[in-house]
Ligand binder design. Structure first.
Ligand SMILES: Cc1cc2nc3c(=O)[nH]c(=O)nc-3n(C[C@H](O)[C@H](O)[C@H](O)COP(=O)(O)O)c2cc1C
Length: 193
C-alpha cells in the first residue's frame, strides 16, 4: 500500500477524463433526479456486454421517501449515515443461472459489474455521482426485495445523486470526502511471455 497513489487523480499518462471524473462522494445532495436522468442511467447499464448476452443484471431502485427509507434500513450504520440523503438508492443483483439452459452462470457477477460501471459513468455525464456499497445486510435485502437467494445474488447497493456540501457530513466522513488514489499500473497489469 505504501506506493499507492493516494488522494489524487494523478494518472500515469493520458487517459480519458471520464474515468477520473468518476469517484465516490458521500456528501449527497437530496435534490431529486429527473425521470429522464433515471431512464438514461439504466439505458447505459442496458448496453453492457455479457456472457451469451444473458444480461443477468437486475437493478431494483427506490426514489420515493418511503422506498428510500426502507432501502436505507438495509444498509450498515456507517453507510446509513450518508446514503440516506441520496435521491436514488438501488440494489444491483445478478441472476445466477442462464435462461436458455438453466446452468450456473459463472460470469453473472462480472457482467453485472460491467453494467454498474456503465451506470456510474453515465451518472457523471448527467452531473450525478454513483457510490457503490458492499455494506448492507444480505438477509435484510432478500427479505425486503422479496427475491429468492437461489435465483439472484444481491451484489451491492448504490447511492446516486448530485454532490452535496461536504460541510454537512459528520467529521469522520468529511475527512474521507476526496477521490481515492490507485495502485501503480505495473501492479495491476503484467506482461506474459
Ligand atoms: C462493490 C463496492 C463496494 C463498496 N462498498 C462501500 C461501502 O460499503 N461504503 C462506502 O462508503 N464506500 C464503498 N465503496 C466505495 C469504494 O470505497 C471506492 O469506490 C474506492 O475507495 C475507490 O474510490 P473512488 O470510487 O472514489 O475512486 C464501494 C465500492 C464498490 C465498487
Amino acid at each position: 500500500m505504501s506506493d499507492m497513489i493516494r488522494n489524487t487523480r494523478q494518472t500515469q499518462g493520458e487517459v480519458d477524463s471520464m474515468f477520473t471524473d468518476r469517484w465516490s462522494p458521500r456528501a449527497m445532495s437530496p435534490d431529486p433526479i429527473s425521470e429522464e436522468q433515471l431512464a438514461m442511467l439504466f439505458e447505459a447499464a442496458r448496453w453492457a456486454p455479457s456472457c451469451f448476452n444473458e444480461q443477468p443484471w437486475l437493478f431494483v431502485y427506490a426514489t420515493s421517501p418511503v422506498g428510500r427509507a426502507q432501502f436505507t434500513e438495509v444498509l450498515v450504520e456507517k453507510n446509513r449515515r450518508w446514503a440516506g440523503q441520496a435521491p436514488l438508492l438501488l440494489f444491483v443483483l445478478a441472476r445466477r443461472t442462464f435462461r436458455h439452459n438453466g446452468k450456473p452462470n459463472r460470469h453473472a457477477v462480472f457482467d453485472a459489474g460491467a453494467a454498474w460501471m456503465s451506470l456510474a459513468l453515465q451518472a457523471r455525464r448527467l452531473g450525478l455521482y454513483a457510490h457503490g456499497m458492499a455494506g448492507f445486510s444480505q438477509e435484510k435485502a432478500y427479505g425486503l426485495l422479496q427475491l429468492s437467494p437461489e435465483e439472484f445474488e444481491v451484489i451491492a447497493a448504490v447511492a446516486v445523486g448530485r454532490h452535496g456540501d461536504p460541510a454537512e457530513l459528520p467529521d469522520d466522513l468529511r475527512q474521507m470526502e476526496s477521490p481515492n488514489g490507485r495502485k501503480p499500473r505495473e501492479e495491476i497489469a503484467v506482461r506474459f511471455g
